[in-house]
Write a protein that binds this ligand. Structure first.
Ligand code: SF4
Length: 356
């Protein structure tokens, strides 16, 4: 049974207002909702039994009405530099990944929004097994709670959230925004909107809708191409939302929000890392405050592409900077624990199939 159809819902699917309504409906005071939020999102309670300021009868009633437990951890891998990757088993046996990425200046949780993915970006393992379903709001925030707990074990409070795990966040718009409100709320997890990033493949209508949300959230676009031809090669979504439409949506988003846009751009030898690419990017993004995150291609066994040499990547970055586009080369983290998007889930599916 899919979690959304469960007669015994997860309490983390409810907004503060919805919980207030629930408590009123059972003859309780609405402030109980704030107490529940504090226990779950601030004091890391994984059940109702420990909620000491709630009467015993109410705790028992809540335990009958709702789920509140942790996800089952199918696998947890820690890389040498401290990146921790979780593979979670959901109630319907779907598997999802989350990653804790600590650096000198921030501690980031990379969160999944769908089980599998339908967008099939050619460099990414997440699309290989296909799309199963959207994650619920509870499944999104519970990932954050697990990563937050892990970060605190290492005395590194969680500072940032990036929706860059498996799935396309804007394809699960309603559950994503419900989860973001809980993550952002000072009664909830309390991460500032400017520390939350949504990364999209470029769903043009949803980018426009996002601009209207009036939240200070960061937008990152998986660009990975500099015109239709190069983007078609890696991003099948470009056939539905062509490069020029995406550039126009970014321009509109920037005009409305005045917020810098980050472009994720994979450097693939002789494909995206060329002088022609620099010229096209310069022409397309003139007038938009943006930065390019250049990501060295992380080989996936199914696809035959190569990573450029260090010198080629530096030359590309310098040419972009010379063209007025701020660009940095991202240091790959956690390759030793398959931290690239979807690899752990994909490896697990492969071994599940091998096991029969
Ligand atoms: S990069 Fe994101 S949108 Fe593209 S296939 Fe992977 S998970 Fe899906």
């Amino acid at each position: 049974m899919k979690p959304a159809d469960s007669p015994h819902p997860d309490i983390r699917n409810f907004s503060l207002e919805e919980l207030e309504n629930y408590f009123v409906s059972i003859g309780e005071k609405p402030f109980r909702a704030i107490q529940i939020f504090e226990w779950i999102y601030q004091k890391s309670a994984w059940g109702f039994g420990t909620m000491a300021n709630l009467p015993k009868e109410l705790r028992e009633r809540l335990a009958k009405d709702f789920l509140c437990g942790p996800n089952a951890i199918a696998e947890k891998k820690i890389s040498q530099e401290g990146t921790t990757k979780f593979l979670f088993d959901l109630s319907d046996r779907e598997k999802i990944e989350s990653v804790l990425i600590p650096t000198q200046t921030r501690t980031t949780a990379c969160i999944s929004t769908q089980a599998g993915c339908k967008f099939g970006c050619r460099f990414c393992a997440s699309g290989i097994g296909g799309w199963s379903r959207n994650l619920t709001c509870a499944e999104i925030v519970t990932q954050v709670l697990h990563v937050k707990e892990e970060a605190l074990k290492h005395q590194k409070p969680l500072t940032n959230i990036v929706f860059m795990g498996t799935g396309e966040p804007l394809d699960n718009f309603d559950n994503l925004f419900k989860a973001i409100k809980i993550i952002n709320s000072n009664k909830g997890i309390g991460i500032g909107a400017r520390h939350i990033t949504i990364s999209t493949v470029g769903l043009v209508p949803k980018i426009k809708e996002l601009a209207k949300q009036n939240l200070q959230i960061e937008l990152a676009i998986s660009l990975h191409g500099y015109d239709n031809e190069s983007r078609n090669l890696l991003m099948p979504v470009n056939r539905k939302y062509p490069f020029d439409d995406l550039v126009a949506a970014c321009r509109e988003h920037f005009k409305q929000t005045k917020r810098q846009i980050t472009f994720e751009y994979i450097l693939i030898k002789d494909v995206t890392c060329t002088a022609k690419a620099v010229q096209s990017l310069k022409k397309s993004f003139q007038g938009i405050v943006c930065k390019m995150n250049l990501i060295p291609y992380n080989p996936v066994s199914e696809f035959d592409h190569k990573t450029p040499s260090r010198e080629e990547m530096l030359e590309f970055r310098n040419q972009l900077e010379g063209a007025g586009i701020h660009a940095t080369i991202r240091t790959p983290r956690g390759r030793d624990v398959a931290a690239a998007c979807g690899q752990l889930r994909h490896d697990s599916q492969k071994s599940d199939k091998a096991d029969g």
